[in-house]
Design a protein around this ligand. Structure first.
Ligand code: FMN
Length: 180
């Protein structure tokens, strides 16, 4: 049976390296697995006032998560943590009380990340994994995938230049696929 992975970029920047990394990941999916890409620019700021009439963008976001067999998140690191846009979207998906569980609960999750800096989003990923474990996701611990100096890592077609890096990303995706 075909499986789907929802890939969420933690960056809404039009030239985002994290979105670029997810596009490279899409090409590495094995046959029978589709990686669908989602960016977060349309998600409004969480506000409890809006919970009496959930915005349609949030309904669509929750449905996309719930329809997926697994989740792949590529996060930038902002000030040694995750960007506000990503935390905001997670907060929305965590507030599905009418369904008795949040949209992410129980699903396998692979976290990756790209930065223009040298530390590969280590701290942001650490924070994100803790949040998502709290939400009841099956967070993959190994392998880890960190992309430093991202400005130097993609060719003009948006593919990862280095074969070892590509193989490492493929190995991480394969672990996620094994849990779908
Ligand atoms: C507000 C802000 C804070 C940042 N803080 C960090 C940081 O703590 N660690 C890091 O490695 N890079 C940091 N950066 C640089 C990002 O890694 C870089 O902008 C990266 O390209 C963002 O990902 P994107 O290209 O997917 O948007 C920061 C960038 C911004 C805009």
């Amino acid at each position: 049976m075909p499986k789907t992975i929802l890939a969420i970029s933690g960056s809404i920047y039009s030239a985002s390296y994290n979105t670029m990394l997810l596009k490279a990941a899409q090409k590495l999916a094995p046959s029978g697995v589709t990686i669908n890409l989602l960016t977060l620019e349309s998600i409004p700021m969480f506000n409890q006032d809006l919970e009496s009439d959930i915005p349609p963008e949030v309904v669509r976001f929750r449905s996309a998560i719930e329809a997926a067999d697994g989740i792949l998140i590529s996060t930038p690191e902002y000030n040694r943590s995750i960007p506000g846009v990503l935390k905001n979207a997670i907060d929305w998906a965590s507030r599905t009380y009418e369904k008795k569980k949040n949209s992410f609960a129980g699903k396998p999750l692979l976290v990756i990340g790209a930065t223009q800096g040298n530390l590969g989003t280590v701290t942001a990923q650490y924070h994100l994994k803790k949040i998502m474990a709290y939400l009841g996701m099956q967070v993959i611990g190994q392998p880890e995938f960190y992309l430093s100096a991202a400005y130097d890592k993609f060719d003009e077609a948006g593919d990862l230049k280095n074969e070892d890096t590509k193989n490492h990303l493929k190995a991480a995706i394969d672990v996620l696929v094994s849990k779908l």
